[in-house]
Design a protein around this ligand. Structure first.
Ligand SMILES: C[S@@+](CC[C@H](N)C(=O)[O-])C[C@H]1O[C@@H](n2cnc3c(N)ncnc32)[C@H](O)[C@@H]1O
Length: 442
């Protein structure tokens, strides 16, 4: 096939994917408000969004002039730079007071930022569909920017990413090219540490007491709620068959923090018995504040136990039916992950299962359907959905930048499990993340 025919065919196929997926998205337009409230999303709609984002990006890269496409990629960093300006000055909150728009002179009065410069920042963002420019030098919120009010955890997440993560990323190339640092897996050698000249790691920095450290640690903590919403971490509540587990099934939430997921499990599935395990300071907040507010019935009915522990040093509670390990392994280098998994294995009975809940980084090449253990995008899209599911790769690079840790492929998880004495069973897809199921090796 000559190049003209193959490009024409690809273009036609992409357009038809966009048209078909847009028809699905159109049926869900009445649910649009729900999408901005963090409610679980219909899986048909989710797939159509993945396809539209992937196909539009692929279409643009197919037809744009290479120099245009490349210049846009080089300059992409100005978008987060401008977002940091508007979030720092709570511009979405101010715009919310003026539904038909506010002049930049008023924004200068309220923030102290030069009106002309702030207007240019807002104009760039409006051109990227964040805010709208309603008349001369007059701006208003739109569907997206309304989601950035300072009361929304997404605003904290935006500040975390556009502040310390963005600044740390400017050091990534230097860190990777430094022979003394390039192969290090130590969090104390991460680009973040080098950029901010921190003594220790990101988490040592957040534990510090200067006003800037406290502000950034708070943004990070609250921002994680926004991130969980962005990647639909709670899709696991509806998309794993918890409801068909026998009455009294015990679920140990290993390193479960304050119980973000286990409170939801307790509320949705009263037949389950939950055990929350984490470091003592997290469990104190869980037991005294979070569970009494978010899952009081589980406490009253004695369906939750709080057991402090150190997952690097000791096993969790013995003989639970399921050990649920969410967003733990991506914080740690392979050696520590193996220690954590071995400790879990030491607690397991013969019928116990482990569910590792993480992004599962997908390869960019297409596999024969019978070999791929997860859904691949329809052709001619990249099999990993490219831009449609780009967050798995951006988070991976973010973990590298901030902690020298990583997101992992399915094979990485299988290998870690194998070394820890666990046998891979299957992968469950849940939203953008996946659950890797293991049992103990015979
Ligand atoms: C990224 S958070 C994930 C929390 C929770 N699984 C979730 O996804 O919401 C990592 C958790 O690991 C816990 N953690 C870190 N080091 C630990 C250790 N040595 N023993 C037990 N928990 C630890 C932290 O306190 C934190 O709650």
């Amino acid at each position: 096939m000559d190049t003209t025919t193959s490009v024409t065919n690809e273009l036609r196929s992409l357009l038809s994917l966009i048209v078909d997926s847009a028809a699905i998205a159109q049926r869900h337009i009445p649910d649009r408000e729900k999408l901005s409230q963090g409610e679980p999303i219909d899986s048909e709609l989710r797939s159509s969004i993945f396809v539209i984002e992937a196909a539009c990006a692929q279409l643009c890269s197919l037809i744009a002039r290479p120099s245009d496409a490349l210049a846009n990629k080089f300059f992409a960093f100005y978008e987060p730079a401008c977002i940091q300006v508007v979030l720092t000055n709570k511009i979405p909150d101010i715009l919310q007071e003026y539904p038909s728009g506010v002049h930049i002179s008023e924004l200068e009065k309220r923030t102290g930022v030069d009106a002309g410069k702030l207007g240019r920042v807002l104009r760039l963002l409006a051109a990227k569909h964040l805010f709208q420019e309603v008349s001369a030098d007059t701006f208003a919120n739109n569907y997206l920017s309304k989601y950035l009010l300072s009361s929304n955890p997404m605003s904290s997440f935006g500040l975390h990413i556009t502040d310390e993560c963005f600044k740390a990323s400017t050091n990534l190339s230097d860190t990777l090219n430094d022979p003394a640092l390039t192969a290090s897996a130590s969090p104390a050698d991460a680009s973040f540490v080098k950029h901010f000249k921190v003594n220790g790691t990101l988490f040592d920095y957040y534990a510090g007491s200067s006003p800037e450290q406290v502000k950034r640690a708070t943004q990070f903590g609250v921002g994680m709620i926004g991130w969980g919403d962005a990647i639909e971490a709670n899709a696991v509540i509806n998309e794993f068959p918890w409801g068909s587990l026998p009455e009294g099934t015990t679920i140990c939430d290993v390193g479960g923090g304050v119980g973000n997921i286990s409170t939801q499990l307790a509320n949705s599935y009263p037949a389950l018995r939950l055990i929350l395990q984490d470091l003592p300071h997290q469990l104190k907040i869980a037991e005294e504040e979070v569970w009494p507010e978010h899952a009081p019935k589980a406490i009253a009915e004695n369906r939750i136990e709080f057991i402090p522990f150190d997952f690097l040093q000791e096993a969790p509670k013995l003989g639970c039916d399921i050990y649920y390990v969410k967003n733990i392994l991506h914080d740690w280098a392979d050696g520590d992950c193996i220690k954590i998994l071995k400790n879990v294995k030491n607690a397991m009975g013969t019928s116990s299962r482990v569910l590792v809940h993480e992004f599962i980084v997908r390869p960019g090449y297409r596999m024969p359907k019978e070999e791929a253990k997860f859904t691949q995008a329809p052709e001619p899209l990249l099999p990993n959905y490219g831009e449609g599911r780009i967050r798995q790769y951006t988070l991976d690079i973010n973990m590298m930048t901030m902690l020298n840790s990583k997101e992992r492929t399915l094979q990485d998880f299988i290998d870690l499990g194998e070394t820890a004495g666990l046998q891979f069973v299957k992968i469950w897809e849940a939203g953008e993340m996946g659950l890797v199921e293991f049992v103990t090796k015979a």
